[in-house]
Design a protein around this ligand. Structure first.
Ligand SMILES: [Zn+2]
Length: 156
């Protein structure tokens, strides 16, 4: 059985894409996130309780909401942190941001593809506690019609 949750989950965040002519300018999106979970139904007839799944997805997204997302693994981005201020240099531009407004992600660039992978890592960690869950799919949409989907087998 496969269940799907795709309404009212997402986050608003700023980013730029290093090495992309247009998207290297700082800008933001209302990213939308969806998840599907496949597995056997438990003795209540549920794969995963939608309430629990929704709570889990919102908690994951909350960490990125109203933040600037920056990639940890891009050599084209340099930064220095001085307490409350982080100075960032990338794409020939210099920025200063409040350190607390930045979320560093273990990716090469903040793209919809990389975000789908980061989010599915979080979802996989949470859902590994459920012995009946076999496969998950995470969908991240940046603009209407522009999305990335990542699948992961949890077991089996
Ligand atoms: Zn963008």
């Amino acid at each position: 059985m496969k269940i799907e949750l795709k309404e009212d989950i997402g986050f608003s965040a700023a980013h730029f894409v290093i090495g992309h002519k247009k998207c290297e300018h700082l800008h933001g999106h209302n990213w939308r996130v969806g998840v599907t979970v496949e597995g056997e139904e438990d003795d209540r007839g549920l794969v995963v309780d939608f309430l629990e799944l929704g709570h889990m997805m919102r908690k994951i997204c909350e960490a990125y909401d109203h933040r600037l997302l920056l990639p940890e693994k891009n050599s084209g981005l340099k930064h220095t942190e001085d307490g409350k201020i982080t100075k960032v240099s990338a794409c020939g531009r210099e920025y200063e941001f409040p350190t607390e407004d930045i979320v560093w992600l273990p990716v090469l660039n903040i793209t919809v593809e990389e975000l789908a992978r980061v989010v599915i890592d979080e979802v996989a960690k949470e859902l590994s506690k459920y012995p009946n869950v076999r496969k998950i799919t995470v969908f991240v949409e940046e603009l209407p019609g522009e999305s990335a989907t990542e699948e992961r087998n949890i077991r089996g």
